[in-house]
Design a protein around this ligand. Sequence first.
Ligand code: GN1
Ligand code: MG
Length: 355
Amino acid sequence: MIAEKVEFIFNQFKHDSTFVKHHELESGHINDTYLVTTKNKPYFILQRVNHNIFKDVPGLINNKLHVSLHVKEKLKHLPQNELNRRVLSFVKTKADQAYYRGDDGNYWNLMYYIDNSYTYETVKDEEIAFEGGKLFGEFLNLTHDFPVSKLTEVIPKFHDMSFRYAQFESALNSASKQRLDHAKLYIERVADMKEEMHILQHLKESGDIPLRVTHNDTKISNALFSKNNKGLCVIDTDTVMPGIVHYDFGDAIRTICNTAAEDETNLDIVEFNLDYYKAYKKGFLEKMNDTLTPTEIDYLPLAAKTMTFIMALRFLTDYLNNDIYYKTKYQEHNFDRAKNQFKLIDSFTDRYNQL
Ligand code: GN1
Ligand code: MG
């Protein structure tokens, strides 16, 4: 996007900063995110929320604001400068709104950039896995009493397996012969795994696993770390909704324990790292402070498999739909992502069985 336009949008918000330049952060698959550099610090993160996917953007932004305020209240004993590094802070518009809506219908929100923070697409040492576990565990712990009545369910049935199977099955009916043939092996695997991949959903529906407030997108790149590898702040709270602990545990494991990136095409280097699993789990449970039931704990390994699978299923579905949901950089991008996740499931199954 051209600088003039970004600057214009940036200046619709209430701040005293002078725009210098912007730079797109390309890690997300849905929204457009820009780092805005200003004459003096702090810098900012300007984000366009994709309203084709998020149908109720005001509701989504309201969720984000309230979740931040809730966590801030819990951490209010910290000094202000520290607090600002531990929780996202949003900037209102000059018209005192939580978001700016452009003439073109796009929705924008602005937050402060947390300086000297680092993100990882892949994890290279156990310490990050452990710190990531602590960070996401703490987030769940701090939001456990967040009033669910205040939350908009931004994408209903987001992690509901039956819903994702239904979308997959309807994609099978409309997909091109070429893509169906190409994906044949994986389409069969999806059918084979159906029963096992519904176990967590059934436990949720029967009430054996309790509902909680969950983040629902705990990939490791949604955790900020300090220079010396300490967990700082959980970001991308777009999808905070009621869920089960397994969503957050499993999605984090999916990304932390993958020795390669989510879209690595050399499947030989896609392996499941069991040491990172153990380190993450240790940090996570430490911060969950014994609030998990024995059933919740028993099913954590299955969560790793189920959440990796649900991403494989969604990437494959989008491939069959000719890439209408996720941003893709080339023709087979979604298919490569799906294959990668299936390879991770295989590696996880091998390694875990050795335990
Ligand atoms: C999407 O856009 P991003 O990267 O925050 C997706 C997640 C997936 C993730 C896969 C709303 O998240 O569910 O886990 O891609 N978010 C939505 O990397 O669908
Ligand atoms: Mg997200």
